[in-house]
Design a protein around this ligand. Sequence first.
Ligand code: NAD
Length: 433
Amino acid sequence: MKIAVIGSGYVGLVTGTCFAEIGNKVICVDIDEDKINKLNNNIVPIYEPGLEELVIKNKKEQRLGFTTDLKEAVKESDIIFICVGTPPKKSGEADLSYVENVARTIAEVMDSYKIIAEKSTVPVETGEKVAKIIKAYNTHNVDFDVVSNPEFLREGSAIEDFMHPDRIVIGCEREKARQIMQKLYAPLNAPILFTEIKSAEIIKHASNSFLATKISFINALSNICELAGADVEKVAEGMGYDKRIGRAFLNAGIGYGGSCFPKDIEAFIRIAEKLGYDFKLLKTVREINNEQKKTFIKKIEKILWNVKGKTIGILGLAFKPNTDDMRSAPSIDIINDIQKEGAKIKAYDPKAMEKAKHLLKNIEYCNNPYDVAKDADALVIATEWKEFKKLDLKKIKSLMKHSLIIDGRNIFNPYDVKKEGFTYISIGRKDVV
Ligand code: NAD
């Protein structure tokens, strides 16, 4: 099939590349000329495992192209995926102006039947609004369908998630669109749930909200465990064996971040409010998440007594491992806060440092974790990259001014760190001093 993907960011680029990989002819569009130039020169502007190889391969095999010309891309395609950003407004509501702009242009230029698929995360009823806009600007008066096809991929494992999804959700109102979407996704051999558009839109917000609820639940428990002298890792393990609960997303830490959870939770609270429901549960999830970060910062300040003049090494800047995405990364608030208190910051992240440099200033960016440890008064783990779990702790200790690790991701076994003579502060577990 011929596909246009509008918005070539984390979602659009993976979506377009994967659709090309399963045999479609795909053109990815973006308004960012620099991004499109890079992609046309085989430079992938984001880090996502496996993506660069797939982009280059599919370009070479002429199934994948990149352009800034939205109009041409629409004319050339049967299905148009909208993958532009839906960032939060000041009120927390999703800003749908990018979606609206794209919908209007599609309507003005489409000259044959098209499916317009929302892949961006949007509030319930957006599909209706997109259909209205397209109807209003449908210059050539052609037949069309709007479908909702929310995306569930996770940064860091996006290709795998796209190619082997737990489920594909398609909200559509007409048989014609249903059949085309079913054919498009058939090669993935995954369960497809067809619903009306509104349910599909809610499934996305509901799924992210539920996952965020699990995170806030275990983070709340981590505080109880600390107060009671229990171990949140063991508690999570014990809960996770119960198939009704499951172990996934029960990792205590410094709270969720990233481009999706904070914004989607905020947007869902606003959607509920507009519909006339006070979503108290989600408000509490958000509050616990914010508190968790603050509690962690207090831990750093408490153990160091005075942060001023001390050198703090930060390991991990991205909001999670295997990505370079810094959007709403907890490391940002942590660094800003301790910098305000007068600490000197050294930092290392395997992939996110280029992006971090635009956001976090007055930091000594290092080439590896050992350079971060050199002369540091404390090491703070902010992202659970695999390589940090394998650090040579003896070497780290020999380099540091004080042997103190404050672990926001529980990546070490407290006894292993104690054996090496560290003071070790983690989340929801007894301090090792
Ligand atoms: P992103 O910021 O990485 O990408 C959005 C892209 O759209 C940018 O490159 C931007 O330049 C482009 N754009 C904006 N206006 C445009 C226009 N008029 N024409 C063409 N391009 C335009 O964002 P993202 O992370 O890919 O997220 C996109 C959507 O997918 C959001 O709604 C997000 O909530 C949702 N989503 C994201 C993830 C994720 O993990 N990142 C997962 C599932 C769903």
